[in-house]
Design a protein around this ligand. Structure first.
Ligand code: NI
Length: 131
C-alpha cells in the first residue's frame, strides 16, 4: 500500500482527529481511505460514469393505482438485482431496490420512480464497484 503525506492546517487536523476519535476509527489512514472511497463513488455517480451499485428506498401509497413494484421491476429488470418489501403502516409500503449497472441508467430509474403516481419519497445511497 503506497504511503502518502499531505499538508493540513493545524486547526482542521485537530477537528478531524476529534471526529476520528468520536467515530472510533483506528487512525487517520483508515478514515482517509473511507473518505477517498466516498469521494470516488460520489464523483462516479454524479458523472453517471462507470458501474454503480445503488440502494433505492421507495415509500409509496399502499393503495397506489398501479403496481409500482412489478412495473419498475419489469421495466428495469436488467438493472435491479433484488428488492425487499415492507409494510410500513396502514397507508404506506416501502420497497428497497438494489440496482447495479451504468450510473446513467440507474439515474433514469430513480427519476422514473419519482414520477410514478402514489410514490411519496425516494432516497438512495450510491457506491461504485471496484473501490
Ligand atoms: Ni406493503
Amino acid at each position: 500500500m503506497p504511503i502518502i503525506s499531505l499538508s493540513v492546517e493545524k486547526k482542521l487536523l485537530e477537528r478531524f482527529d476529534q471526529k476520528i476519535l468520536e467515530k472510533g476509527y483506528s487512525g487517520r489512514s483508515e478514515a482517509m481511505r473511507e473518505l477517498i472511497r466516498d469521494y470516488i463513488s460520489e464523483q462516479d455517480w454524479s458523472a453517471g460514469a462507470g458501474e454503480s451499485v445503488v440502494v433505492v428506498n421507495v415509500i409509496y401509497d399502499k393503495d397506489a393505482p398501479r403496481d409500482i413494484v412489478s412495473e419498475i421491476q419489469h421495466e428495469y429488470e436488467s438493472l435491479i438485482q433484488t428488492s425487499i418489501h415492507s409494510h410500513l403502516d396502514e397507508e404506506n409500503c416501502m420497497e428497497v431496490f438494489i440496482a447495479k449497472g451504468s450510473g446513467k441508467k440507474i439515474k433514469k430509474l430513480v427519476e422514473r420512480i419519482k414520477t410514478l403516481k402514489g410514490v411519496k419519497q425516494v432516497k438512495y445511497v450510491a457506491t461504485s464497484s471496484g473501490i
